[in-house]
Design a protein around this ligand. Structure first.
Ligand code: CUK
Ligand code: CUA
Length: 655
């Protein structure tokens, strides 16, 4: 870290080292050994010779088409990328344009480093908002929580059509959940399970006036309680859900036809959209792709809210569900015919258009949002809303925008990115002889989602485009039969797209959003009063007369044992504790370090337990001491020159 950086953070290099030394808790000489990489002269020289990160970053805004993706040592990226982890179940934070991975945020997965899925704090979040039926399923299966998830679509909360830096949301297609990540601490803070659906796929937050609703698509048709019969697929339906982005409760659901795929919201706060394949209601590939046209389902938010007010809904498993099926001809939905099994659904940043990507059709269908009032009023027909349908190439999946009137569509089968002009496509649809296609660029290979910097906000800046490619084949050293995906960075600041970087990624980033760094301001340490900590821990500590920040105490109550300790480099305040075999033990560790980046851990050997404890955080874990013997616990985050010594023993006396 440069001295300027330290100064900005209110610390001098000297005080930074000084604090680390002081936190040596009386161990002589510990401070002299210092923190790795902080006290050596070479490092200082390198830091001093580099310009301040802000100055260096400014050099990136070069001539159009000539911007550099190079981010040198000590320089900072200009954008955060919120990248999905697909079937890995996590969300990832990357820096753009460097494409460096900054962080992995565990969400629907179990995580060995942080203890997500094992600590009391994470289990509270994972299991707080699940259905009673799932709770029983987990119990009967001997599971503490769902061990996996399939996170496809990360999107940030909006205020007035642009990012407000509060939250990120994402779906879990595997176990029908929607999560929220708090951007101030970059931790998952809510997960809600959606009842009555199968496969929560498309997910988008409301853009205006703010989020607001988070829209989630149920992909697979199922026999909805009170509507469908188990033995008759012709009576099965998909369900569209609006989650309240503030409370993370379910606001309402709409019963629909076909399989909902991807979705988006408008820029006006009036409508939301979902592509919809399988209008055939088939259960096989052949069946589901036989119709020439499927749909874009349009949801009328005001009409839905009105319907709820009037009581025009059924309560299905505790959720208000309105009937928006095609044959119901309801005020809530319209079904716009779109060729053929459409996939991606993207609103243009000028707020005017919705792009529906044809997948099995070589076209992208363009809807004019301003015509929707007339459609719902019955003044025009469904297809009158379509203002362009350019033929772009084979397998269009998703579209992104540069804010200068151009769209960028991934062609899965052609392995290309196609740049096209929206106005030209509209003119061509009216019959003018004009080719909307500006350029086709090979990508490697089979692209799915793409995303531009700030491209899903009114502040789309047209600097960078990332293509998330499903296959990497020969682009990297052979990693064995399972290959990485390939995320490619494309410069779109000039007239021509320019491929500048290949980045291998692990299974499977479907989607990302690219956010100006200034929109996100994470804190450096935890606030001791943060409600993210397990409320039960704080209450229990109070009952036990323990101040967590100073604790060194073992409390026994029958066969329940509570161990309270602090972590200060390089020691735990409880160096040893004793329990009886069969006791239920809860360990609370509070990290009382006040300086940035001094994370401790608690790994209990032979018990499958590890947890992260960030500066000023408390983490806790509960387990049964079934295994007798001496079990060391140690800090798994390299925190100090005496980090190896930061350990203790749990002694489990045999029965
Ligand atoms: S889907 Cu994966 S490439 Cu889940 Cu957004 Cu289109
Ligand atoms: Cu504390 Cu390593």
């Amino acid at each position: 870290m440069s001295d300027e950086k330290l100064e900005q953070n209110g610390l001098s290099r000297r005080s930074f080292l000084g604090t680390a030394a002081a936190s040596g808790a009386g161990i002589a000489g510990a401070g002299l050994l210092g923190l790795a990489g902080c006290s050596n002269g070479e490092g200082d020289k390198a830091a001093a010779s580099g310009a301040a990160p802000a100055e260096k970053a400014a050099a990136h805004s070069a001539e159009p088409g000539k911007q550099t993706s190079e981010v040198g040592p000590g320089e900072l990226d200009q954008y955060y990328g919120f990248l999905s982890g697909g079937q890995s179940g996590e969300m990832r934070l990357i820096g753009v344009p460097s494409m460096r991975e900054l962080m992995r945020i565990p969400v629907f997965n179990m995580d060995s480093a942080t203890g997500w899925g094992r600590t009391n704090e994470s289990l509270r979040i994972l299991n707080e908002k699940i259905t009673p039926e799932t709770r029983k399923f987990l119990q009967d299966s001997g599971l503490r929580c769902y061990p996996n998830g399939d996170l496809h679509h990360p999107h940030l909360s909006f205020t007035d059509q642009t990012y407000d830096g509060r939250y990120a949301y994402a779906n879990d297609k595997a176990n029908n959940r929607v999560c929220r990540i708090r951007l101030d601490v970059m931790k998952t803070d809510k997960i809600v399970e959606i009842p009555n659906v199968s496969g929560v796929h498309g997910l988008r937050p409301q853009r205006y006036p703010k989020t607001g609703y988070v829209f989630a698509n149920g992909e697979h048709i199922v026999p909805v309680d009170g509507v469908g019969k188990w033995d008759d697929p012709k009576t099965w339906n998909a369900v569209y859900t609006a989650v309240d982005g503030e409370t993370m409760d379910i606001a309402w659901q709409v019963l629909v036809d076909g399989n909902l795929d991807n979705g988006d919201a408008d820029y006006q706060g009036k409508y939301s959209f979902s592509t919809c394949y399988n209008s055939e209601r088939a259960l096989t590939v052949q069946g589901a792709s036989s119709n020439e046209q499927d749909w874009c389902v349009v949801f009328n938010l005001a009409a839905i809210e009105e319907g709820i007010k009037k009581g025009d809904f059924k309560e299905v498993n505790g959720v208000k569900m309105l009937d928006g099926r095609a044959e119901a001809n309801s005020p809530y939905t319209r079904y716009i015919p779109v060729p053929n099994s459409p996939h991606g659904c993207n609103a243009s940043p000028d707020g005017k258009y919705i792009m529906l990507n044809g997948k099995l059709s070589p076209t992208v269908t363009v809807l004019d949002v301003s015509k929707l009032d007339d459609l719902f009023a019955g003044k025009i027909k469904e297809r009158d809303v379509v203002v362009a349908e350019p033929q772009l190439g084979l397998g269009p999946l998703h579209t992104a925008f540069d804010g200068r009137g151009n769209a960028y569509t991934t062609l899965f089968i052609d392995s290309q990115m196609v740049k096209w002009n929206i106005d030209d496509a509209i003119k061509a649809y009216k019959g003018e002889k004009i080719d909307p296609i500006k350029q086709k660029l090979d990508v490697h290979y089979q692209p799915g989602h793409n995303h531009t910097t700030m491209g899903e906000t009114k502040e789309a800046d047209g600097k960078w485009l990332v293509s998330l490619n499903k296959f990497s084949k020969d682009r990297f050293l052979n990693a064995g039969p399972l290959k990485p995906e390939c995320d490619q960075l494309i410069d779109i600041s000039g007239d021509e797209m320019r491929l500048v970087h290949d980045n291998p990624t692990f299974a499977e980033p479907h989607d990302l959003c690219l956010v100006a760094a200034s929109k996100v301001n994470p804190s450096k340490t935890w606030d001791r009063k943060d409600p993210w900590f397990w409320q039960e821990a704080l209450e229990q500590a109070q009952k036990d007369g323990v101040e967590l920040e100073k604790a060194a105490k073992v409390v026994r109550e029958g066969n329940k044992v509570r161990v309270y300790m602090t972590a200060v480099a390089p020691a735990y305040s409880v160096p040893q504790f004793e329990v009886n075999q069969g006791d239920e033990v809860t360990v609370y560790v509070t990290n009382v370090e006040t300086i940035e980046d001094l994370t401790h851990g608690f790994t209990l050997e032979g018990y499958g337990i590890a947890m992260e404890i960030g500066p000023q955080a408390t983490s806790s874990v509960t387990f049964k001491a079934v295994r007798p013997g001496v079990h060391w616990y140690y800090c798994q985050w390299f925190c100090h020159a005496l980090h190896m010594e930061m350990s203790g023993q749990m002694i489990v006396k045999p029965k």
